[in-house]
Design a protein around this ligand. Structure first.
Ligand code: BG6
Length: 281
C-alpha cells in the first residue's frame, strides 16, 4: 500500500501542506483549502498553473491552483444570504481550513478538509462543506455540501487553473454544451468546434454531457467531472490580466480555467448532501 509523507512550509502568511506518495506530489494551502500544485510521478508534469505574482498574504484568494467557489459563484450571492460583504466566488477561498483526516488505501492518499467559517456566515446559513482530495496517479477533488436546515439554494465551483504551454495553440475537446457569454450580456451561444482561443473568454457552458474534457496543447490534460450542471471556461487575455494585481504580463498565455461547477439554481433540501467532483489525469 501507498504510504504518504506530509511536510508543512510557510509561504508568506500561508501554511502550505505538501503530501507525497508513490504516485504523486500535492501541495495545498490551508488558507482557502486551496490546492496549488499536483505533479504525478509517472510524467513529472505540473498540472496546475500558479501565478508568479499570486498573493500569499493570508487574506487574498490565491491566483491559480484550484480555488473553491462556495456557496456562490462570481458576485451573485444566493438570496438567502444577509452578509455585509459578498466577496467574489463566496467565502471559503479566503478563510482558514483544517485537515480533518488523512489516510492511505489502495486508492491513494485521501484527505478531508473543512473551512473555519465566520460566525456571521454560520449564523445565517445552514450549509456546511467538506473538501475530499484523493492523491493517486490522478488527482480527485470533491466538494461536498450538506444542508442542515430549511431548503436552501447554493452554487459551487472547482475553479481549476490548468497549466498549458501556450493558449494560442490550445484546443478544448468535449465541451459541447451551449454557453452563456458573460462578456456579451449573458447571451446563450452554441459551443465552438474546434474550440480554440484568440481573446478574452468567460463562458458558462450549461449542461451535463461534459464528463470528459481534453485540454489539448503540446500535451493532453484530461479532466473528468461529476455532479456538475455547468463547466466554466475562462481566460482573461491581455487587457484584463494587465489590470489584475496578481497576474504578470503574458501570464494569461500559460493558463486556462476549466471549472466544474454548479452555477444554476440548486436547492438542497434539509439533510441533503450534494457533491461535485473533478478528476485530473
Ligand atoms: C471566472 C468568472 O470563473 O472567474 C470570471 O467566470 C472571473 O468572470 C474569474 O473574472 C476570476 O474571478 P476572480 O474573483 O478570481 O478574479
Amino acid at each position: 500500500m501507498n504510504q504518504h509523507t506530509v511536510d508543512y512550509q510557510t509561504r508568506g502568511e500561508n501554511t502550505i501542506m505538501t503530501v507525497e506518495n508513490e504516485h504523486a506530489t500535492l501541495a495545498i494551502s490551508l488558507f482557502g483549502g486551496h490546492i496549488v500544485s499536483f505533479i504525478p510521478k509517472h510524467d513529472n508534469r505540473e498540472r496546475l498553473w500558479l501565478s508568479d505574482t499570486a498573493a500569499f498574504d493570508g487574506k487574498t484568494p490565491i491566483r491559480g491552483g484550484i480555488p473553491i467557489c462556495w456557496p456562490w459563484f462570481g458576485l451573485v450571492s444566493a438570496p438567502f444570504l444577509d452578509l455585509d460583504k459578498t466577496p467574489s466566488h463566496g467565502v471559503v477561498r479566503n478563510c482558514p481550513w483544517q485537515l480533518k483526516s488523512i489516510g492511505d488505501s489502495e486508492n491513494g492518499t485521501r484527505l478531508v478538509l473543512t473551512p473555519s467559517l465566520e460566525s456571521a456566515f454560520t449564523a445565517n446559513v445552514s450549509l456546511t462543506v467538506e473538501l475530499i482530495v484523493v492523491v493517486n496517479k490522478q488527482l480527485s477533488v470533491t466538494l461536498e455540501t450538506t444542508n442542515n436546515g430549511d431548503a436552501t439554494a447554493y452554487f459551487a465551483a472547482l475553479h481549476t487553473y490548468f497549466a498549458i504551454n501556450n493558449i494560442n495553440n490550445v484546443e478544448l475537446l468535449g465541451v459541447d454544451c451551449n454557453y452563456q457569454d458573460k462578456l456579451d450580456n449573458d447571451i446563450i451561444k452554441p459551443s465552438e468546434s474546434p474550440y480554440r482561443f484568440n481573446g478574452e473568454t468567460d463562458r458558462i457552458h450549461i449542461g451535463t454531457t461534459m464528463d470528459h474534457i481534453d485540454i489539448r496543447d503540446a500535451f493532453v490534460t484530461r479532466v473528468h467531472s461529476a455532479g456538475y450542471d455547468s463547466v466554466v471556461v475562462w481566460n482573461p487575455w491581455i487587457d484584463k490580466s494587465a489590470n489584475m494585481a496578481d497576474m504578470s504580463e503574458g501570464a494569461y498565455e500559460s493558463m486556462l480555467c476549466v471549472e466544474t461547477a454548479r452555477t444554476q439554481s440548486n436547492v438542497l433540501a434539509r439533510d441533503e448532501t450534494h457533491a461535485i467532483t473533478q478528476v485530473i489525469e
